[in-house]
Design a binder for this molecule. Structure first.
Ligand SMILES: CC(C)(COP(=O)(O)OP(=O)(O)OC[C@H]1O[C@@H](n2cnc3c(N)ncnc32)[C@H](O)[C@@H]1OP(=O)(O)O)[C@@H](O)C(=O)NCCC(=O)NCCS
Length: 150
């Protein structure tokens, strides 16, 4: 079973950042350290753990981009475990945390290769794609967390 928890120990964080680096930076020959950004200290971190083995198979973080707007970032699922529902579990966990924080909007910079994934959960592209590094382009996507009026 996959459980989502917050990294707490030094070992948790080591494995958490290692997966982030492996999925999001290593394929583009980026140096170690580039998997972190300035928002680490003000972010909530989540990791999906296979409780049968204790292995970390997915990661994501959440921070307040501006008042009322949460930003999801650095979402990554271990390549051999992709398309098995782990991304979905992480989206649900991060959305629950965003609602708890009272954010009205939740957004993210999606790779163009992942927009279809986020569209499945109600995110819509807002704005134009921008080059990030190498061949990667990112585009802002967002969804409202406000309950529809009755
Ligand atoms: C994008 C990513 C997080 C998705 O995680 P995942 O565990 O593979 O996704 P899930 O298995 O939970 O997929 C949920 C649904 O989205 C679909 N889906 C997953 N990735 C998709 C993609 N890239 N394009 C289109 N659909 C996708 C699945 O088929 C599934 O559809 P279903 O509910 O109809 O069966 C993962 O592929 C990943 O880490 N990719 C590399 C890094 C990345 O792009 N991160 C995104 C932030 S920039």
């Amino acid at each position: 079973m996959i459980v989502v928890r917050t990294p707490k120990t030094k070992e948790d964080f080591k494995a958490y950042y290692a997966l982030r680096y492996h999925v999001l930076r290593e394929p583009f020959n980026q140096q170690r350290g580039t998997e972190k950004d300035d928002f680490e200290p003000i972010s909530q971190h989540f990791m999906a753990v296979d409780d049968a083995t204790g292995e970390i198979v997915g990661v994501v973080k959440l921070f307040e981009k501006e008042p009322g707007v949460g930003q999801v970032s650095h979402m990554a699922v271990k390549p051999s475990r992709q398309r098995q529902g782990i991304g979905h579990i992480l989206v649900e966990a991060v959305e629950a945390a965003a609602r708890e924080k009272g954010y009205e909007v939740l957004g993210l910079m999606s790779r163009l290769t992942s927009t279809k994934f986020f569209e499945k959960f109600g995110y819509r592209v807002v704005g134009l794609p921008t080059h990030y590094f190498a061949t990667v382009q990112l585009v802002w996507m967002e969804k409202s967390l406000k309950k529809p009026s009755p």
